[in-house]
Unconditional design. Structure first.
Length: 298
């Protein structure tokens, strides 16, 4: 069955450079879902806002020395969202699995962070999860919901069982999450550590924590950035990263090990478009680094 045709519909194309799906190396899917949001809802509008932003910023990456015009990208449109959370996550799992089975890289635009649970369930090989996020999202449940934006990473650890989970940019947690992270051996690096130790040392530490991991699922919650840089997110937290620091960290980490990635939690109506532009640039940079690293082996 072709789940992409069944569960997605075309919309504005990300970046404006659209290849036929069978000729593409990267497949973009929007996931306009924010049903478990508990503070500032609206991430369901992010896929369209980020696509629009992507059409209006330049495509060359000085860090990767790559132009997005040279990448073979296909935008498959948006996932058909169900009112039933498990059904939505199942559809995303099937779509992610299908893209991976076709030898392509899934690029998912959220939506709330819960979508990462559905996407990671579509990976059927040993892999690590690398998350940039202000929050650990390791609660056992939140507001009586065992699967939601505040607990999905714990469910990933328990259900999907990646070989490692590393969380970067942490600064908003509760005692329960710290205790669980320690007992489950989930690594995390706080924003204060990054600012104190610098991007070069932090990059080395992240790569050390991911030693031996040949396949990585990367997820970027835009609240990893300080609200001064990305105000339009679902759960903004002060004392975050600058755009420069985030992009430098991605520069030192991203490469052909990234088998799939998502960018989530933008709520576009809380600013005049700056956060959507930041998200589009983050996607540009991740894609450019993956593509450049793959090219080195050809």
């Amino acid at each position: 069955m072709d789940y992409l045709d069944l569960f997605t519909s075309a919309t504005a194309n990300f970046s404006g450079f659209q290849k036929e799906r069978n000729k593409a190396e990267y497949v973009v899917v929007g996931v306009p879902f924010d049903a478990t949001s508990t503070y500032r809802s609206g991430a369901r509008f992010a896929p369209l806002a980020i696509r629009e932003a992507s059409l209006n910023i330049e495509t060359y990456s000085f860090r990767a020395e790559t132009d997005l015009e040279d990448l073979k990208i296909h935008d498959a449109g948006d996932l058909h969202i169900s009112g039933n959370l498990p059904e939505t996550l199942k559809r995303l799992e099937l779509v992610t699995e299908e893209i991976l089975n076709s030898g392509k890289t899934p690029v998912l635009i959220g939506g709330e962070h819960t979508i990462t649970l559905g996407a990671t369930r579509g990976i059927h090989k040993d892999f690590a999860v690398l998350s940039f996020d202000a929050h650990l999202d390791l609660r056992n449940e939140y507001m009586d919901q065992p699967i939601c934006h505040a607990s999905f990473m714990r469910r990933i650890n328990e259900i999907v069982k990646p070989v490692k989970i590393v969380e970067v940019g942490t600064r908003a947690v509760c005692k329960e999450e710290i205790e669980y992270a320690e007992s489950a051996k989930i690594g995390y690096i706080t924003s204060q550590q990054i600012i104190s130790e610098g991007t070069e040392n932090t990059t080395k530490e992240i790569n050390r924590l991911l030693t031996g991991c040949d396949h990585i699922y990367l997820t970027v919650d835009m609240d990893a950035l300080d609200p001064a840089f990305a105000p339009a997110v679902q759960n903004p937290e002060p004392d975050g990263l600058s755009t420069n620091v985030l992009l430098d960290l991605l520069h030192g980490i991203c490469g052909k090990r990234i088998v799939a990635f998502d960018v989530v939690e933008v709520t576009p109506h809380y600013d005049a478009g700056a956060t959507a532009i930041q998200a589009a640039r983050v996607i540009f940079e991740i894609l450019s680094h993956i593509h450049r690293d793959k090219g080195k082996t050809r």
